[in-house]
Design a protein around this ligand. Structure first.
Ligand SMILES: Nc1ncnc2c1ncn2[C@@H]1O[C@H](COP(=O)(O)OP(=O)(O)OP(=O)(O)O)[C@@H](O)[C@H]1O
Length: 361
């Protein structure tokens, strides 16, 4: 029987009466980059700390290559963790910081020296070996923290928001370096982040958590194109969510009806709907068009412009329907100028029936 590299089975963590993680099941394949996302307090760090052995589980099993590892110590698990605060020793040099893990493992002096130099080189730190930690930039410190974990050549690395203390430019640079290292070394990365761009640009699998549970786990494309729950669609942002009920017309065609009108959808999910079934119709911001006049498209809704945000060449236009549904539309700046609209203007938002995505509930 083949086993996932790491499996979490029905993992639960409680602190007194408070439940931090509940019924959490996840299989992580070897050499994959798994990003864990979710709102603050949803249990991301707790899950990572349980994997690392920094926190006991209250229930469930952690398996590695099919072996039960719940009771292994941090050192025996060999899944080091890099986190935002880095936890470097400020009184030791870069070289001594990186060497630390090898000393703990009882690696001999000569081998320690070679391996430390090798990793300092791999991370572009060879000129900094004898510097103190306080003489380094944020990005250099981040690399020292990574080198300190990677020098022990673990097959799994746990990372808790490792780039969140860096400025935007450095963070993007480190994202590229992290992904390259992960791919070249074939290490499994379990990476907690608040940043959508970090998760979606680097991960093979994105896991979205909510209130201690997993809402959806899948490829970035899957999660982006096919959010499984209204929560995931809301969490990712950039989509409009219409509450609807399925209704069969006299013609036999199924439509989606709600406070914002009656909409057509040609997605494969339509065939499985029952009359009266409650669904959420999700339409991405880049799939919605805005026109000044109505009567052009199959799916249309009138909405008032309530805000606009300029992001480089794009504009996020925020609209609200008479029923109070929030609609987000992404436009090119030049298209926005051609529309000649402002906050308070009423416009028509429309989309093609094949562009809607249906979620139960
Ligand atoms: N030592 C603790 N004692 C009591 N409650 C805790 C403890 N550690 C975490 N919690 C609670 O467990 C829940 C999950 O916390 P956790 O730190 O895992 O969330 P998170 O998703 O990592 O949040 P953030 O994104 O803000 O870092 C929270 O409600 C938190 O308050």
């Amino acid at each position: 029987m083949s086993h996932a590299h790491i499996s979490l089975r029905n993992i639960r963590k409680t602190y007194g009466d408070a439940v931090a993680v509940e019924n959490l099941n996840l299989d992580i394949e070897e050499g994959k980059f798994v990003a864990i996302m979710g709102p603050s307090g949803c249990g991301k760090s707790t899950m990572l700390r349980m994997l690392a052995g920094l926190e006991d589980v209250s229930g469930g099993d952690i398996l590695r290559e099919g072996q039960w590892i719940n009771e292994l110590s941090i050192w025996e698990r060999d899944m080091p963790m890099v986190w935002q605060s880095l936890a470097l020793f400020p009184f030791l040099t870069v070289r001594k910081n990186v060497e630390f893990g090898l000393r703990m493992k009882g690696v001999g002096k000569a081998e320690r020296k070679t391996r430390v130099l090798d990793w300092l080189q791999k991370l572009g730190l060879e000129g900094y070996a004898d510097r103190g930690i306080d003489q380094l930039s944020g990005g250099q410190r981040q690399r020292v923290a990574l080198a300190r974990c990677l020098v022990t050549e673990p097959s799994v690395l746990l990372l808790d928001e490792p780039l969140s203390a860096l400025d935007a430019h450095l963070s993007v640079q480190m994202q590229g370096e992290l992904k390259r290292l992960q791919r070249e070394l074939g290490i499994t990365f379990v990476y907690v982040t608040h940043s959508h761009s970090e998760a979606f640009s680097m991960a093979d699998t994105v896991v979205i958590m909510n209130q201690g549970r997993i809402e959806q786990a899948g490829s970035p494309e899957d999660i982006y194109l096919r959010p499984a729950t209204p929560f995931v669609a809301r969490f990712l942002g950039g989509s409009s969510i219409f509450d609807c009920k399925a209704r069969r017309l006299k013609s036999g065609e199924m439509v989606l009806e709600g406070p914002d009108g009656s909409f057509k959808c040609t997605g494969p999910e339509m065939a499985d709907l029952d009359e009266g079934q409650q669904v959420s119709l999700i339409v991405r911001a880049d799939q919605i068009s805005v026109t000044a006049k109505a009567g052009w498209a199959e799916n249309e809704v009138a909405a008032r412009v309530v805000g606009e945000e300029f992001i480089g060449a794009l504009v996020n236009l925020r609209l609200e329907t008479a029923a109070g549904t929030a609609i987000t539309v992404q436009l090119q700046q030049r298209d926005m100028q051609a529309l000649d609209i402002e906050v308070g203007t009423t416009v028509t938002a429309s989309w093609h029936p094949e562009d809607g995505h249906i979620i139960n509930g």
